[in-house]
Design a protein around this ligand. Structure first.
Ligand SMILES: *Cc1c(COP(=O)(O)O)cnc(C)c1O
Ligand code: SF4
Length: 327
């Protein structure tokens, strides 16, 4: 049987993964290239065309560029910035199952993403890449009746084919104590074509409550195509939440965060978390003073609806939940 390559995979193959063609596309001057761009980063470049098209030409001062284009600042060795700040490896119940908190567990479904974010706290994670299936994880979940929610994370769970997702969903459907399936995905922002009919029918067929969490940091990542793809999910009765990471040079600005919040809530998407940036090696240039987050949240509170204000959190290894930072 021959099956055609889905449209979203064809689009993904056009991602920028080599630096010189991207720099040409961005019309970056020789001087800026030499001074600021890291030519061979350890964490590879991976950037969908539609995001690259949103970057202003010939400048480094762009919130999308800063999230995805490797800069020389990544080579700075800053104290307190470590390869694996969250010590996720020590919470592994199996190669691909993390359980840190009561009631929910997280499957690292794949190491691959729609895009590679320079600030990613999992950029050094030793993913299991040999074994493709989820037998061990399913066995663990089936045994632990305290788990009512499974989070499909990664990498990005939507990097998996619809066939693999479909069979995973059938397996999860058969675990009675599991009530909710949550996606953590950045695909809709990078390749909204990923939300295709076949994926939507997998969601529609599930007996579990599905929750969809996207990751968007700047209003410019949202546009009518992204929103239209999310509306298709929302029409199935699936709540959509957003998490952002607070990043210097990207969204450490009250107007930017307010605009983001308004775009999200106007589209029926609830701002869930604003994460303090985790001190991962190579990303110290995204760090901000600890007073910035609370100041920004206070501003949001004074300028938009209560449900438009995300919870500002930090992750601290060993704690029973994310730490809510009071503002
Ligand atoms: C963040 C996280 C979750 C989800 O936590 P919520 O507060 O429910 O969003 C679950 N498992 C792990 C390992 C996490 O890092
Ligand atoms: S999409 Fe998420 S997991 Fe993937 S690189 Fe970006 S932050 Fe990391």
């Amino acid at each position: 049987m021959t099956s055609s390559i889905p449209l979203w995979r064809q689009i993904q193959r056009e991602n920028f993964t080599r630096i010189p063609p991207l720099l040409d596309f961005l019309e970056l001057s020789e001087e800026l290239r030499k001074r600021s761009i890291l030519p061979s980063p350890r964490f590879p470049l991976n950037l969908p065309r539609r995001l690259a098209a949103k970057i202003a030409k010939n400048t480094l001062d762009d919130p999308i560029l800063r999230q995805f284009v490797p800069l020389v600042e990544e080579t700075v060795q800053a104290s307190g910035f470590t390869p694996e700040p969250l010590q996720d490896s020590s919470f592994r119940k199996s190669k691909k199952l993390l359980k840190k908190y009561n009631g929910r567990a997280l499957i690292l479904t794949t190491s691959s993403c729609a895009m590679n974010c320079r600030f990613c706290f999992r950029q050094n994670f030793p993913y299991e890449t040999e074994k493709i299936g989820f037998e061990e994880e399913i066995a663990q979940l089936s045994q632990d009746a305290s788990i009512s929610e499974i989070i499909l994370s990664g990498g990005d769970p939507l990097s998996l084919s619809n066939d693999i997702l479909s069979s995973l969903f059938q397996t999860l459907d058969a675990i009675p104590h599991l009530r909710r399936i949550r996606f953590h995905s950045r695909f809709p922002v990078g390749i909204p074509e990923r939300i295709d009919d076949s994926f939507l029918s997998i969601l529609a067929a599930s007996s579990k409550q599905i929750v969809f969490v996207i990751h968007c940091n700047h209003p410019r990542e949202m546009d009518p195509d992204v929103i239209a793809s999310l509306k298709k999910i929302a029409f199935l009765g699936i709540p959509i939440l957003n998490q952002s990471v607070l990043l210097k040079g990207v969204n450490n600005n009250p107007e930017v965060l307010l605009t983001l919040s308004e775009i999200l809530t106007n589209s029926g998407i609830i701002p869930y978390y604003l994460h303090a940036h985790d001190p991962v090696e190579g990303a110290s240039h995204f760090a901000l003073p600890s007073s910035t987050g609370p100041e920004l949240i206070r501003y949001l509170r004074e300028h938009t609806s209560g449900y438009g204000v995300p919870r500002f959190v930090r992750e601290e290894p060993g704690y029973p939940s994310k730490t809510f930072i009071s503002t």
